[in-house]
Unconditional design. Structure first.
Length: 273
């Protein structure tokens, strides 16, 4: 702050929730995230969670400070750790799978002072689903087939835009959705996003590497992938997900190849996606 005239400030890729700027002083760079849009997260929680994870050697940004700016907007100040992952291959996808597995294997008893929240699963991840009775019916049906185990640390949105790369090192950012959750769902949501926006081949490599490190039964994998697909379809109906020329084909492939989803009325679903 005392060397303001020597700071180099540049805008970074913006998310749906906040503005992000890179601040460089001499040879060291930092990131300032400013929640100046609709989202109002608990930045204090994010800071303390990052601090706990960083101290335990997990691949997260080093938190430096948090608070409010002159406009009353919440801010988080961290280390700069590179740019979002753009190009991938099977080896890189395997590395990212091991990174997610390491998050899921973090002993939560070591994070007790952080007070990880636990939310109602449907209310948190499917907040608008009551407006879509067909999706709500499918979701409640799927959830009745399993018992949610919301007792482990999850990231909540582990996709490529939230993974930074710098000289071969990966850093997981955006812990807005960090919480006690079911790692089967966290893994499945990440896999579905990679299937849609990366490629089915690379997503398969991600899935194979993760399950080798953190085994989940085949039935649970298929069930939670179906549950995750419903979340993407819900977001799609509210125009909250990007769509390319092949996006619809990919999601329909996921539906038809999943034993739970293929029981749904594919024609009605495809019309509403």
């Amino acid at each position: 702050m005392q060397q303001e005239d020597n700071l180099a400030i540049s805008t970074m890729d913006q998310g749906f929730e906040a503005e992000v700027v890179k601040i460089t002083l001499e040879q060291t760079s930092y990131v300032l995230k400013i929640w100046n849009k609709d989202s109002r997260p608990d930045v204090s929680f994010q800071f303390h969670l990052l601090n706990a994870l960083f101290d335990r050697g997990l691949s997260v940004s080093k938190p430096i400070g948090w608070g409010m700016n002159a406009n009353g907007e919440k801010v988080l100040f961290t280390s700069f750790d590179g740019a979002a992952v753009k190009k991938v291959n099977k080896k890189k996808m395997s590395d990212l799978a091991l990174l997610l597995a390491s998050i899921h294997q973090t002993p939560v008893e070591e994070l007790l002072h952080v007070q990880l929240p636990k939310y109602d699963f449907i209310d948190y991840f499917y907040s608008a689903i009551k407006e879509h009775p067909d999706l709500l019916l499918a979701l409640t049906h799927f959830l009745s087939m399993t018992e949610m185990n919301q007792e482990q640390l999850i990231h909540g949105d582990f996709h490529l835009a939230n993974i930074l790369e710098n000289n071969g090192k990966y850093t997981v950012i955006d812990w807005t959705n960090g919480q006690l959750g079911d790692i089967r769902y966290d893994f499945a949501w990440s896999f579905v996003l990679k299937s849609i926006y990366v490629s089915e081949q690379n997503a398969s490599a991600f899935r194979t590497a993760y399950l080798k490190t953190n085994p989940i039964s085949q039935n649970d994998v298929q069930l939670f992938e179906a549950i995750a697909c419903l979340r993407w379809i819900l977001y799609s109906r509210h125009e909250k997900v990007p769509k390319g020329t092949n996006t619809l084909d990919t999601i329909m492939s996921l539906i038809t190849n999943n034993p739970y989803l293929k029981e749904l009325d594919l024609y009605d679903f495809s019309k509403k996606i």
